[in-house]
Design a binder for this molecule. Structure first.
Ligand code: MG
Length: 342
């Protein structure tokens, strides 16, 4: 099979800041196309995240190596074997591998004439509503973002600044009936998080995502014992092998394809999490409809969805499944991932 890729520049409608990093002016994303020996195509997107050690350049270098792996593969239906060969060739590079995985699943779905979710026996009606994320900004800008997001029933609020309480008050005032979720992106210490619990409870926060540094599982366990608000691990949970040690320390895990490296690894995380009685959330990076489309296929299997990456963009290069302005997910009826160029 043949691999082609090109870098796309994605611009967000507003700067998107989180606790540990100011937003870059534009984000690079890589559009991956795989063509099988009969000329059928499958598409995927690699959305590199600096936190996980990737940039558009590392993705391009990784894809150049994966092109050799695919050159030797002739059967796109050999998904497990090809994904294993990609991991063996590269090690981590999760965004690059996730793009290959998505493209292969797209190709297989197109060959069979079925959406990927249907191949997996899933029911789109089982997918929960998605949240829409409000990034950290000046109060006036945040107020404007919340007004723009007024039709979304669930808002995810990025915190981890000295102004957390002010931010929550402002959002609660603008969106009195919205469900609020909070993501601190590793910003707090155990002590700080403990101090903030009553405030989060007062604002009726539905759950708290990654309050502590990724490695601080002891801290997470301590916090969880004190918290009436469920705690979801994001940065602490990258792959399925991370799940067992998180059981007891958190209430759930957040899966992202660009973090775990493939659709099949995402399925393994879901099964591992269920076996440990953990809840499952499905998230994303800032990525286009092509990347979001791959995650949408898994949404009927999870408890919480946060697939707003493409909805944050000013220049989405693709059309396909994704987030509707009322928080519902739009599924594809077209085969594979159901994505076309916009
Ligand atoms: Mg997060």
């Amino acid at each position: 099979m043949k691999l082609e890729f090109e870098t796309l520049s994605l611009e967000t409608r507003h700067p998107f800041h989180i606790a540990r990093a100011a937003a870059p002016p534009a984000r690079q994303s890589v559009w991956v196309r795989i063509r099988d020996d009969e000329g059928n195509e499958g598409w995927g997107e690699a959305a590199p995240t600096a936190y996980y050690g990737e940039t558009a350049d590392t993705v391009a270098a990784a894809l150049a190596r994966l092109a050799e792996v695919l050159e030797r593969a002739h059967d796109p239906f050999a998904l497990e074997a090809i994904e294993r060969a990609c991991e063996h060739a590269l090690g981590r590079n999760p965004a690059a591998r996730a793009a290959i995985s998505a493209a292969l699943h797209d190709l297989v779905g197109r060959r069979l004439g079925l959406p990927v979710w249907k191949l997996w026996g899933l029911d789109p009606a089982a997918a929960p509503l998605s949240s829409f994320t409000i990034g950290i900004d000046e109060p006036e800008v945040m107020r404007e973002k919340v007004r723009e997001a007024r039709d979304y029933p669930i808002l995810k609020v990025k915190v981890g600044t000295p102004r957390d309480e002010e931010i929550l008050a402002l959002i609660r005032a603008e969106a009195p009936t919205a469900i609020l979720r909070v993501d601190a992106n590793t910003a707090w210490t155990v002590k700080e998080a403990m101090r903030k619990l009553p405030m989060l409870e007062a604002y009726e926060v539905e759950f708290l995502e990654q309050p502590l540094p990724a490695h601080d599982l002891e801290g997470l366990a301590l916090l969880r014992r004190r918290s009436s608000i469920p705690i979801i691990a994001d940065e602490s949970c990258q792959v399925a092998a991370d799940v067992p040690r998180l059981a007891g320390a958190v209430d759930g895990v957040n899966i992202k394809l660009a973090k775990c490296g493939s659709l099949r690894e995402a399925l393994r995380i879901i099964h591992a999490a269920r076996a440990h009685r953990l809840q499952v959330m499905l998230g994303c990076m800032v990525e286009s409809t092509l990347g979001i489309a791959a995650a949408v296929q898994l949404a009927p299997l999870v408890d919480y969805v946060d697939l707003d990456g493409a909805a944050l963009l000013a220049n989405d290069p693709f059309r396909g499944p994704g987030l509707e302005p009322d928080g519902r997910l739009r599924f594809n009826v077209e085969p594979g991932l159901g994505v076309t160029r916009a």
